[in-house]
Design a protein around this ligand. Structure first.
Ligand code: ASN
Ligand code: ZN
Length: 344
């Protein structure tokens, strides 16, 4: 039987109506995309132990979403398919970004699609990538601080953990853990700008769509000045390694913002930023595209599981030299942006 890719669409929770490629099987459409490695989205049915639902050789899949007319979701949480639309679209954009920008096909670079399970647990306020199932899991949030975790930047953040696992494999603790987390935030911002979609255009905020008033701030993390979240580091110190990895990531997130956009105040897509430097320098950014290419090359060519902040400086300088030359503005700005976050 030949599997055809069917063109459908979905009403998402966070990003308007989006195109979706699906599969027609036995008269029903499946939320499964043959054009992107058969990546699919299923319903975890509010369970956390999913094994019993079907079988349990390793980790049971969720129940694949199906639809009669290939128009998915309502755009509100009143139906279970809406957040599945967000999750599937997030996977689509992340797939397209890595493929079209870096020539990387799939999270592991082998053409294999991952899958998503949504509605995991009850009030679960997180999302995570799991290498062992090659899958993404999304909670619906607690409804007070966080809504469903299915925004595009969260999707791209989590799937980029899979990219890191299959490349530098940065150990998830200490400074390497901060670099692992920052890689996910950096790629999440890059995917959001790449998708440039409807109401969710690109920004240097992480999780602004999922943040509810009860969180008390506009986003989970802020790359222009990471300390805006009350916990993250703006620049490196000898105690950076002792921070939670979601806070030690601030040093590299800040580096990436400075490298892309430069220091000082700036408004991009209607969002205002004000990025300081720790050494009083003024940085002129080299643009997001070059900054992202430098980070990706450093991640996939020079970083290893034990790379620390000093090593990240060296790795990104090597990457900038490869891509733009050791005498380039890009190279000297990498050096200046690291110095501006006290990685000297
Ligand atoms: N959402 C968290 C993160 O990706 C969960 C985790 O895997 N640590 O950082
Ligand atoms: Zn993460």
């Amino acid at each position: 039987e030949t599997i055809r890719t069917e063109a459908g669409d979905g009403r998402s929770l966070y990003t308007g109506t989006v195109p979706l490629n699906t599969t027609l099987s036995g008269g029903a459409y499946q939320l499964k995309d043959p054009s992107r490695g058969n990546t699919y989205t299923g319903d975890a049915e509010n369970e956390t132990d999913l094994c019993f639902l079907i079988w349990c050789f390793s980790r049971a899949p969720a129940t694949l979403f199906t639809d009669a007319d290939n128009h998915w979701g309502s755009g509100t949480t009143s139906d279970r398919a809406t957040v599945a639309v967000d999750a599937q679209f997030g996977t689509d954009m992340t797939w397209d970004f890595y493929k079209n920008v870096f020539g990387r096909i799939g999270i592991a670079g082998d053409g294999k699609g991952s899958f998503n399970r949504v509605h995991y647990g009850d009030g679960y306020a997180n999302a995570f990538w799991d290498d062992s199932c090659f899958c993404m899991t999304y909670g619906d949030g607690d409804g007070v601080q966080l809504g469903p975790l299915t925004s595009l930047d969260v999707a791209a953040h989590e799937m980029s953990h899979g990219v890191t696992s299959s490349t530098a494999n940065l150990t998830y603790s200490g400074e390497s853990g901060g670099l692992n987390e920052a890689t996910s935030d950096i790629m999440a911002a890059a995917v959001e700008f790449y998708a440039n979609n409807g109401g969710d255009v690109g920004d240097y905020l992480v999780g602004e769509e999922v943040a509810l008033p009860g969180l008390g701030r506009a986003a989970l993390r802020f790359m222009d000045r990471p300390s805006r979240d009350g916990n993250s580091a703006d620049s490196w110190s000898s105690s950076t390694k002792n921070l939670d990895v979601h806070y030690s990531s601030g040093v590299a997130n800040h580096f990436y913002y400075l490298l892309s956009e430069g220091s000082g105040a700036k408004t991009i897509n209607g969002v205002s930023y004000d990025s300081p430097t720790s050494n009083g320098s003024t940085i002129t950014g080299i643009g997001r595209d070059a900054a992202t290419r430098i980070w990706y090359r450093a991640l996939t060519t020079y970083m290893t599981s034990s790379t620390n902040y000093q090593g990240a400086r060296t790795a990104t300088l090597s990457a900038a030299a490869d891509l733009y030359g050791a005498g380039s503005t890009q190279y000297s700005t990498v050096a200046a942006a690291w110095s501006a976050v006290n990685v000297t």
